[in-house]
Design a protein around this ligand. Structure first.
Ligand SMILES: [Zn+2]
Length: 150
């Protein structure tokens, strides 16, 4: 089997941040790395699930909504992938931080969390998704000149 590119990133050295994972034509895949891999510190399902619903909803309603291809969590529970068409890295970086602030400020309904809309609608936790957003926003706000390189 051909080893896929994302497995070639040295996960023992990877720190929380935001990286360009790959570029395919006009589509950029961002690695939104929320947790340091293999350190016993993982997102639980309810946290990443609510984070996914809110992040996807807010970014698909943002000023770059027309360019959003996909957003979803990683199976290793340490981050998420965001796919954007015709991406300007710095613009996407700003929008990601804006979306995290929207999640932090969000009260009430978790979008798409009814049985008819979701595959595991009882596995949600808004308080923990907000806490996660605060934590990840602090990581991103600490990056003054992002290179987006691993
Ligand atoms: Zn769901």
């Amino acid at each position: 089997m051909k080893r896929i590119a994302s497995f070639s990133v040295d996960h023992t050295k990877l720190m929380p941040g935001m990286y360009v994972s790959r570029i395919d034509g006009d589509i950029t895949t961002y690695d939104l790395r929320q947790r340091r891999p293999n350190c016993g510190d993982y997102l639980d399902n309810a946290t990443l699930h609510t984070f996914e619903h809110l992040f996807a909803t807010f970014i698909r309603n943002s000023e770059i909504s027309d360019c959003i291809i996909y957003f979803g969590p990683m199976g290793c529970q340490t981050g998420a992938y965001l796919l954007v068409r015709n991406a300007d890295n710095n613009k996407v970086f700003e929008v990601v931080k804006q979306v995290l602030r929207q999640i932090i400020d969000h009260e009430g309904e978790i979008y798409g969390a009814a049985a008819a809309e979701c595959g595991n609608y009882k596995s949600h936790d808004l308080a923990k998704a907000k806490e996660e957003s605060k934590r990840y926003l602090a990581v991103l706000e600490n990056i003054k000149n992002p290179t987006f390189q691993y």
